[in-house]
Design a protein around this ligand. Structure first.
Ligand code: C5P
Length: 409
């Protein structure tokens, strides 16, 4: 079984700088440790004004380092030793001042010296007032960090301790944990182009009404996120769902199945893999009224016409990408999904129970392919998405190997 959600054995150096969000670092440490990571904390002098070293020492079971000139370190080289023993250095919270320092390569305390002397990846979770975040100097510094290959996590947006509202909040510990997990995912689909459809479609009946379904788009977005984590370049064609969207390379927002079809047709040729997660409406009203239909006492009859089957269209192209379908069923889940896989000529279909899954944060899945059925017991949709992506990568590489062999033989 491939472990996709665990940080077991990962050695993290957590740097805490001076900001009110420092209190959240304690919760972050707890979550990281719960995932199996080993956490070594280093704090700046101003961080110690916001949270005590005893808290972090208690949580990690390790001495917390704060001083460049710590006499407790045998060779006096804490700034070198600590980063040599780490798989990554995470700064959370990272203040505007600290970001400015590392953008310029300054090293005047233990943590900034560690950043400069490190030979491991550096992840930064900014935390500051909205105006400080928006300030052109901060934006320039953050752009420099990105250019220099550092990973910037967040910031989030919302109410701030200073009473203002806007961008600059440190991501919540749960969210940061998820980003750190993502960071360590193996890049098994590096540079592959993946086209994904997600969410419901909305089939207009008149100017204000239409037919749709309660798909939240969560599975599709989790699949898109997992594809990004695996190193793929992702185009997401998404029906009417609420943000946030994963940071895909191209996001195309559509309303109806016809619009989704148009978007997929124009994108598909340049993609290696097509994953059709969307809950596409099978029918649309034969007629769409441009103004609001007026209520009368009379019954009305609605004529519905079938929508194009987007996945079937793609799978039947002369040179189709590797196609993956999803099947949400309310009964005989495995049997119906298997029939659908055959009918649509798909190498892989992912089946689930529609009632249990729609709108929920969790799902149990059955993956059906030429080898048979693979069962993924109930888990968070983000975890399931990573497992599905590992399976897709394995089948895709096998399939690629076969087509390559056929082309050259
Ligand atoms: O036949 P059924 O709608 O159950 O098939 C589900 C799969 O087909 C999903 O992958 C869905 O995204 C895709 N589909 C589609 N276009 C449609 C209907 C379904 O691409 N019109």
């Amino acid at each position: 079984m491939i472990q996709v959600n665990s940080l077991t054995g990962k050695r993290l150096l957590l740097g805490i700088t001076g900001g009110i969000a420092a209190y959240k670092a304690a919760e972050l440490v707890r979550l990281l440790m719960q995932e199996g990571a080993e956490v070594q904390v280093v704090m700046t002098e101003s961080a110690c004004r916001f949270i005590g070293t005893a808290t972090l020492q208690g949580l990690t079971g390790r001495q917390v380092f704060t001083e460049l000139w710590d006499t407790g370190v045998l060779n006096g080289m804490a700034h070198i030793n600590l980063s040599r023993e780490a798989d990554a250095l995470l700064i959370a919270p990272a203040s505007a001042d600290f970001i400015a320092k590392i953008a310029h390569g300054l090293a005047d305390d233990l943590l900034s010296t560690l950043c400069l002397a490190r030979n491991c990846p550096l992840l930064i979770a900014p935390a500051m007032n909205v105006q400080m975040w928006k300030n052109v100097a901060t934006q320039r510094n953050v752009a420099t960090l990105r250019q220099d290959g550092m990973t910037v996590l967040g910031p989030g947006s919302g109410y701030q301790a200073c009473g203002e509202t806007g961008a600059g909040r440190m991501l919540e510990p749960e969210d940061l944990l998820d980003r750190v997990r993502s960071f360590f995912q193996p890049k098994y689909l590096e540079d592959k182009q993946i086209l994904i459809t997600a969410g419901p479609t909305f089939e207009a009946l008149d100017a204000v009404r239409g037919l749709t379904n309660p798909s939240s788009g969560k599975t599709g977005m989790a699949i898109a996120q997992a594809a990004l984590e695996a190193g793929a370049r992702v185009t997401l064609v998404c029906g009417p769902v609420c943000p946030p969207f994963p940071a895909v390379d191209k996001l195309i927002r559509i309303i109806s199945a016809s619009e989704m079809f148009t978007a997929v047709k124009s994108e598909v040729e340049s993609h290696d893999i097509f994953i059709s997660v969307a809950a596409v409406a099978d029918y649309r009203p034969a007629e769409c009224h441009s103004s609001k239909l007026k209520k009368t006492a009379a019954e009305i009859t609605l004529t519905l016409v079938p929508n194009p089957d987007i996945l079937q269209y793609v799978a039947n192209l002369p040179n189709p990408p590797f196609c993956v379908g999803f099947a949400a069923e309310t009964e005989a889940v495995e049997q119906y999904a298997a029939e659908k896989r055959k009918r649509k000529k798909l190498p892989l279909i992912v089946a689930n129970d529609a009632v249990e899954t729609i709108g929920s944060n969790e799902s149990s899945l059955i993956l059906l392919d030429d080898e048979g059925a693979h069962y993924l017991p109930k888990a968070d949709k983000n975890i399931q998405a990573r497992l599905v992506m590992v399976h897709i990568a394995r089948l895709y590489n096998k399939h690629k190997g076969c087509t390559h062999h056929n082309e050259t033989s």
